[in-house]
Design a protein around this ligand. Structure first.
Ligand code: UD1
Length: 376
């Protein structure tokens, strides 16, 4: 008699940074013969924030889409919880796998854990120690209720042990986001094509002075008019030195418009575009002289690419990008931003870095561990 097929692992995605993490995991599961379903909560839904990533990264069509959309934190988290519960009741997955730190992560982990379904957290143990960040709350709580925790850097295990988590459940596997970077580097969209698509002067790519890439979306930077005005002022000054390419997140665009700051960016040296797809952004990032960002993933990607990164935050949950990469933390103080950008411009571009296990094989390690861990 043939042994029964194991029940699938339910893999959860919801928001943009989840897509780069789930793509290599789904691929590794397929190669390892591990059955998996993909559940999309619908936290992000636009072509720019969602659909283009599925296309670029070859992520299979979700088996289930909860279609929750935007809302306050409580509404969004509660909607996901309400809608995922009947799915878990019907499907009885072997485990629920969540990635990262977005609202979809904690919402699905919480429902699964209360139903006694094992929770697997990929990118566990990262801590900014800043509880004003919604993501920090999501990280701490998700880790507390996870049965199996996969980490990207060694410091994460220390954080988990400090919070009372059994080290036996923690596995250092490396960084799945960097799996995606390695897999797609040669497929990145040539920068010339991207510039043409957005009507940007193509000479920017050949200028020996180079250009800077800017991404901003954290509420702490964009929701306060004075802070955002200070940052916009910096962008104006930096653009006198280097042209900027600024793909604008929908939250940021809305705030810039609300605060009447969009006009301040009307310069032929600040190229504003809609949010870019993965292969487009990668093509721009890998050619940039310096990146200004408040994203978590971009701190890691610039480390792997050897590009100086100026992070507009006071802390990072990814300390390896500072100790091993070219990342500096500057908060939102204009003087610190300007000093760090000046320093980064004067620095030569570094060599690509490969922190331990950032080798493109993290997802394979996860699949191998799960094959032995899941009940047959
Ligand atoms: C979420 C994550 C954040 C992640 C970011 C990447 C949480 C708590 N935050 O923040 O960790 O870095 O995604 O983008 O989960 N919107 C659209 N189209 C979309 C999605 C959103 O226009 O497809 C607009 C809506 O106006 C929405 C706003 O963007 O209200 C913010 O979206 P939301 O998912 O609430 O949070 P993000 O700021 O994107």
């Amino acid at each position: 008699m043939s042994s029964p097929q194991p029940r699938p692992i339910l893999c959860v995605v919801g928001a943009r940074p989840n897509f780069m993490k789930i793509a290599p995991i789904m691929r590794a599961f397929r190669e390892e013969g591990l059955p998996a379903w993909l559940l999309h909560t619908g936290q992000h839904y636009d072509e720019d924030m969602n659909t283009s990533f599925f296309r670029d990264l070859g992520i299979p069509e979700p088996d289930i889409n909860l279609g929750v959309g935007s809302g306050t934190h409580a509404q969004q988290t509660a909607d996901i919880m309400r809608k995922v519960e009947p799915v878990l009741d019907e499907q009885h997955p072997a485990a629920v796998l969540v990635v990262g730190d977005v609202n979809s992560t904690i919402a699905c982990a919480l429902v699964a854990s209360k139903k006694g379904i094992p929770v697997i957290h990929v990118e566990a143990g990262l801590r900014s120690r800043d509880r004003t960040m919604p993501e920090e709350i999501n990280r701490v709580l998700t880790d507390q209720i996870s049965d199996l925790l996969f980490t990207t850097e060694r410091s994460a295990a220390d954080n988990l042990v400090r919070e009372g988590i059994d080290i036996e459940r923690v596995h250092f596997v490396g960084n799945v986001m960097i799996d995606t970077l390695h897999y797609n580097l040669s497929r990145a969209q040539p920068i010339g094509d991207t510039l043409a698509e957005y009507g940007i002067d193509p000479r920017i790519a050949d200028d020996p002075a180079g250009f800077a890439l800017v991404t901003l979306h954290r509420p702490s930077n964009v929701d306060d008019p004075d802070i955002l005005e200070g940052i916009v002022g910096c962008l104006g000054q930096i653009s006198c030195e280097l042209p900027l390419i600024f793909p604008i997140h929908p939250r940021t665009r809305a705030r810039l418009e609300d605060f009447g700051l969009m006009e301040r960016m009307a310069s032929n040296r600040i190229m504003c575009t809609p949010p870019m797809g993965y292969l487009q952004l990668l093509g721009v990032m890998k050619e940039s002289r310096v990146v200004l960002t408040d994203s978590g993933g971009i701190q890691e990607e610039t480390t792997a690419l050897g590009i100086p990164c100026v992070t507009l935050r006071e802390n990072t949950e990814r300390p390896i990008t500072v100790t091993e990469g070219g990342n500096v933390l500057v908060g939102h103080d204009p003087r610190r931003i300007m000093a760090a950008v000046g320093e980064a411009i004067s620095r030569r571009r570094g060599e690509p870095r490969r922190p331990e296990y950032w080798d493109g094989k993290a997802s394979q390690r996860i699949a191998t561990i799960l094959r032995d861990w899941l009940p047959s």
